[in-house]
Ligand binder design. Structure first.
Ligand code: NDP
Length: 455
């Protein structure tokens, strides 16, 4: 059993939501400073008052979820086969990958709803406190329905027969609604990243309106001329999250063969992180920026040089991350004969390798040693971590900006480093088991994990 068995997972199921409320309280009630758990508890009545769901927060979050499910079910897209599933006698499930179509529809709809004033984009950040609680409660509701449905329909898989542990790890492997709505893939791709982007965009729109009504020097001047008065850190976070969501949508066809979709079950662990944890924790930087600018009236301001360097770092790291992922995924798809050429935007140079070097393993698979995969074995993790650090640097700043400094914007990079190190060690163990001495041979050819010549 992982995560400390039934006792460990029971603790985590209480700890995760408390952590979310605690971190959000640190931003909004304690102006970006970590306080002791005791202070947090002493302020319980303020916390409850702040995070109590409003009718609008319920409508926004649940409406977003059902709207996403509707477009995921109905929009056209490419159909991709997953890996053979042993529990289904080697059957390969089909996945409808229409993420990119739904993403463009989302963007058009956002603009229409904003300019018609039906749903002004800043509304999401205005109701963010209630949304935090709704997302936590919703993840419990969805986990419970998923667990009971799997038991009632006898579609359980790899059960430990301890209810708490199975509730956490999941009971069903490939739950679906109809032919096309694969619930695990849907919650992994559509909700977290799109909602994260929505929060950052909402903060940026609020900043634009704030700067118009309260003119400050904190606007990126060239854009101000074009009628956009959002300050640079907000634009940075919107771009960073926009790039992330776009990457997930444009390369969605690579996801059905990943570990999460092929192996992990659909339980509280995945459901909580996808529906609540990722969108409402990874957004701390944007929330902190908004609290500083719009509540404390003390916006985060950097020099043009510092801001420009961070934009360049973000775009370079994104380039390495995107192309490293696509090189490996496309190499694997070509090997399996499932590769499909897509023209989704942007297709970056060096995203697909022609005749790369590789190691042929006795297991049958090939291990790529060309392209970025010849530089370091987890170079895409390094690039992802650099992007995460840049989110912190643009919203927190490395020093005391405007008389305030907060560690909150750096929570994501610290948390994410732990996640990726855990993921890496789990993956190395799996690959060692799978490829045996061929894996050791691969590690000799590509000796570094994260940074060539160093680690
Ligand atoms: P990887 O993309 O590293 O996938 C690992 C698998 O790839 C291995 O099990 C192996 O599978 C295959 N593989 C490893 N090395 C090679 C090689 N040299 N040649 C060919 N195949 C190889 O891991 P993740 O799925 O963890 O990460 C994917 C991306 O998602 C990363 O960029 C990561 O940063 C990001 N991510 C982001 C998260 C977030 O919350 N923001 C969370 C997790 C990941 P096999 O041999 O069986 O094909």
């Amino acid at each position: 059993m992982e995560f400390g068995g039934p006792l460990g997972v029971s603790f985590l199921m209480i700890f995760f939501p408390l952590l979310m409320w605690y971190l959000h309280s640190c931003i909004f009630l304690f102006d970006g400073q970590y306080v002791s758990p005791w202070t947090f508890l002493q302020n319980a009545s303020s916390v409850i008052e702040l995070f109590f769901p409003t009718t609008m927060s319920i409508q926004l979050y649940i409406g977003f979820t059902f709207y996403q499910a509707f477009t995921a079910y109905t929009c056209p897209g490419v159909i991709v086969k997953g890996l053979p599933v042993p529990s289904l006698q080697g059957k390969q499930l089909s996945y409808l990958c229409n993420g990119i179509t739904t993403w463009y529809i989302d963007l058009i709809l956002l603009v229409v709803l904003h300019y018609t004033n039906i749903l002004p984009t800043q509304i999401w950040i205005q109701h963010i406190h209630g949304i935090v609680t709704v997302s936590i409660l919703w993840s419990y509701i969805v986990s419970t329905i998923a667990y009971l449905t799997a038991i009632l329909t006898q579609s359980t898989h790899r059960m430990s027969n301890n209810h708490l542990y199975d509730y956490f790890m999941g009971a069903s492997l490939n739950p679906r609604i109809g032919t096309w709505l694969d619930l695990k893939m849907f919650t992994e791709i559509r909700i977290p990243w799109k909602f994260l982007f929505l929060i950052s965009l909402s903060a940026a729109v609020k900043d634009h309106q704030y700067n118009i009504s309260t003119p400050t020097a904190n606007t990126l001047q060239p854009l101000a001329f074009m009628g956009i008065h959002t300050s640079a850190p907000f634009l940075f976070m919107t771009l960073a999250h926009g790039l992330y969501v776009n990457a997930c949508m444009k390369g969605e066809e690579c996801i059905p063969t990943t570990w999460d979709i092929f192996y992990e079950k659909w339980g509280y662990m995945l459901i909580f992180w996808n529906l609540a944890g990722v969108p409402l924790t990874y957004c701390h930087a944007s929330l902190y920026l908004s609290h500083r600018a719009h509540t404390l009236h003390n916006p985060v301001i950097h020099s043009s040089l510092y801001t420009t360097i961070l934009f360049i770092v973000l775009l370079l790291a994104y380039y390495v991350w995107d192309t490293a992922n696509s090189q490996k995924n496309r190499f694997r798809m070509q090997e399996r004969g499932t590769y499909i050429e897509r023209n989704t935007f942007p297709q970056l140079p060096w995203g697909t390798l022609k005749n790369p070097t590789y190691i042929q393993t006795k297991q049958g698979n090939k291990l790529l040693t060309g392209g970025w995969w010849g530089v370091a074995r987890k170079i895409h993790y390094t690039a992802d971590l650099i992007m995460a650090l840049s989110w912190g640097l643009i919203s927190g700043g490395p020093w005391n900006e405007g008389g305030l400094w907060s560690p909150i914007p750096y929570f994501y990079v610290c948390f994410f480093t732990t996640v990726l190190i855990h993921r890496m060690s789990r993956d190395v163990n799996l690959c060692k088991q799978k490829y045996g001495d061929d894996w050791d041979r691969y590690c000799k050819v590509v000796p570094y994990t994260f940074i060539p010549g160093i680690i």
